[in-house]
Design a binder for this molecule. Sequence first.
Ligand code: GLN
Length: 493
Amino acid sequence: MSITDLHWMTAHELADLLAAGDVSSVDIAEAVIARTEDVEPKLDAFLTRTDDRLRADAKASDERRRNGETRSRFDGVPIGYKDVFVTKGIQSTSGSRILEGFIPPYDATVVDRGTAAGLPLHGKLNMDEFAMGSSGENSGFKVTRNPWDLERVPGGSSSGPAAAVAAGVVPWAWGTDTGGSVRQPAALTGVVGVKPTYGRISRFGMIAFASSLDQAGPFTRSVKDAAALIEIVAGGDRNDSTCLPESAPDLLSGIDAGIDGMRIGLIKEVENAEGIAPGVRSRVDEAYARLEKLGATLEEVSLPSFEHGISAYYLVAPAECSANLARFDGVRYGLRVDADDIVSMMSKTRDAGFGDEVKRRIMLGTYALSAGYYDAYYGKAQKVRTLIMRDLERAYESVDVIASPTAPTTAFRLGEKTDDPLAMYLNDVFTVPYPLAGNGAVSVPCGTSADDGLPVGLQLAAAALDEPTLFRAAYAFEQDLAWAGTPESRPSI
Ligand code: GLN
């Protein structure tokens, strides 16, 4: 690859060029800014551009390198953040009009640790409002497009990070995954996306959607980059009591050990499911065969509770969001619509600031938690959650990793599901069970569908905290497929 292709490189490739002195961080910053100028008018991936900050961070990084004070191997490699992460002095909206103009006084831990590793900040990226959605179309501001086909969605809720990484705008970016919001958009745009085990990464400074499910996750162009990014930010944080005190896992050193003898489970209920697009089905079947060729054994596992994942998720997540979003009251943050008394001020503010999907979730959640309905809805959903957890624990007694498609279809057309919330929710059918159980999972590209030429993702999941196995499997697959990094893996936007 020539140095003029800097914007297509992985973080590891950029780090090597920086270490060799072949490019400066300022060169990289200028390359990604030029690329952003080029494609952003078509893509709409950003909510806030921070080009001045990016240039200043890059300059400071070059200075550190000259003085032998480099903060990490990736010092000088730019990164983007979903707008759900609060950033000191930079507007952070979580995709909602109710937070328009909100300038946080501190950085989220994920941002803070990225800065401590020397990663220059390349803007705040678009998302579905408060991370509720599977297409990006619920953003309060704009609709991000899929770089593979501008008439299609990039997936959601992390629409901006997925589109930006896939389109060569930034080598890597942080998103969040509550029910699939990293893995599904990663699949739909042909990049790597990870939902780490709950508690791996601090949620401090992540604008909360559903606190028992939310987890930060990376979007990258290679499995190794995702491993490196998790290593940079993982580990205990006294600002988040749900963040495990364990130190960051070592994911890179054993990543190339191969998968000979690894036991990979295929879910009976998924393999027999209807509604998986033929082009997705055949790519994923090829992926299973490839895993077997690499020495893994394929075994059937049964997860009877899996099919109830969507119902449980769409009760638990709205219930938690109805509580979390109570803080947006026109007093503390962002928007205020003035009125004669405080109650009407709050209700007018919330009416004007929240979009339809957010209102729908607040109503669903409030209903599910109210007296008389709590046991019937929220309580039952929590029981289903326990069943999913148990089913998965049982499965992991006989297999190391579970494989499936990440999403049942490739990227759908803009507007195709906006009038049918249930159809939109069903896109998450394969991704929601893992966050409900707290387990980690990754989506790795497996090429494009023969039906429409759009990317397909393979989902791999492992037991809680077993990210090392997950990354070993994902890396072996990625290397053998040899698609990532080739011209075919780059949309011609
Ligand atoms: N699509 C799911 C939802 O709308 C998941 C969102 C997410 O993971 N943040 O809730």
